[in-house]
Design a protein around this ligand. Structure first.
Ligand code: PLP
Length: 268
């Protein structure tokens, strides 16, 4: 039972994580758990479990659900304390909720790509914390669907911040990878970090900087990274094809490297 007075429900006072499971194994688990710890500290909640405790609940969920490919969702909220009270008690007793979800991570989206729209980034200023304040993103997905697209590239001060629930990347004409540098303007994606780690020795060069919507439209390739969709090619934005409108060779190379690193025997 979760009380309707739970601070997660009333104030979105909650941290969450989504970890990919492939071949029954957790992908980049330590990265997700250290980001959870950072978010919890940022929103004044104690971490209810240690590293070993979290690993065990995740492993148990995988086992109980026979999960081979999918996601584990985890949420830690501020808990419930009688009536609605903005500040809440001195010390919080968090509510913890997890579930396992079967999902094809290397499937149609990875193969065919997604369409995006540009949208004003209306979120609060601490996007580096992974909280359940997701109304902007929920509305962004609805706007994308209405426009016949799948996701949004969000824009602030003339620069793309990130995608609705993923980090945004482009490949310019010189073949350079460009993705926004880490700051409180974007979430520090665990998949983003995983891709960065694979670049050494790949022959690909990276520039960490923000880019404009015009640069995205002029890019030869674009893609997003997230635990839920891994590396998803972006084939069009606002109805305009990116490159030739098909997933490009750099995206494919990164997909192969990423899948290999997590032990998958698949070529996208
Ligand atoms: N940016 C936002 C706003 C997100 O919601 C997400 C994932 O949900 C990401 C980036 C990608 O993060 P990760 O690779 O850790 O899933």
């Amino acid at each position: 039972m979760v009380s309707p007075f739970d601070r997660g429900f009333l104030f979105a006072h909650a941290a969450y994580e989504v970890t990919a499971v492939y071949g029954g194994r957790l992908v980049d688990f330590e990265g997700h758990m250290s980001r959870l710890d950072r978010t919890l500290t940022g929103i004044a909640l104690p971490n209810p479990l240690g590293a070993e405790g979290w690993a065990k609940v995740h492993r148990d969920l995988i086992e109980f659900n026979n999960l081979t490919e999918g996601l584990i969702y985890l949420q830690v909220t501020g808990g419930a304390y009688g009536m609605r009270d903005f500040a809440g008690p001195e010390e919080f007793e968090p509510t913890v909720f997890l579930y396992a979800d079967t999902k094809q991570l290397i499937g149609e989206t990875a193969r065919d790509g997604v369409r995006a729209i540009f949208l004003d980034d209306m979120r609060w200023k601490r996007r580096d914390m992974k909280t359940t304040q997701l109304l902007s993103q929920a509305l962004a997905y609805r706007a994308a669907r209405e426009a016949g697209a799948d996701t949004a590239f969000m824009v602030e001060d003339g620069q793309v911040t990130e995608a609705a629930s993923a980090n945004a990347w482009i490949v310019d004409e010189a073949g350079q990878l460009i993705t926004r540098e880490l700051s409180s303007s974007i979430l520090s994606g665990i998949t983003r970090a995983g891709v960065l780690a694979l670049l050494e020795g790949s022959g690909l060069t990276l520039v960490e900087r923000s880019f404009t919507p015009e640069e995205a439209l002029a890019a030869v390739e674009a893609f997003t990274t997230s635990a839920g969709a891994m590396i998803a090619p972006v084939i069009a934005i606002d109805g305009q094809p990116i490159g030739n409108g098909k997933p490009g060779p750099v995206t494919r190379q990164l997909q192969r490297l990423y899948y290999q690193a997590m032990g998958a025997d698949v070529a996208a």
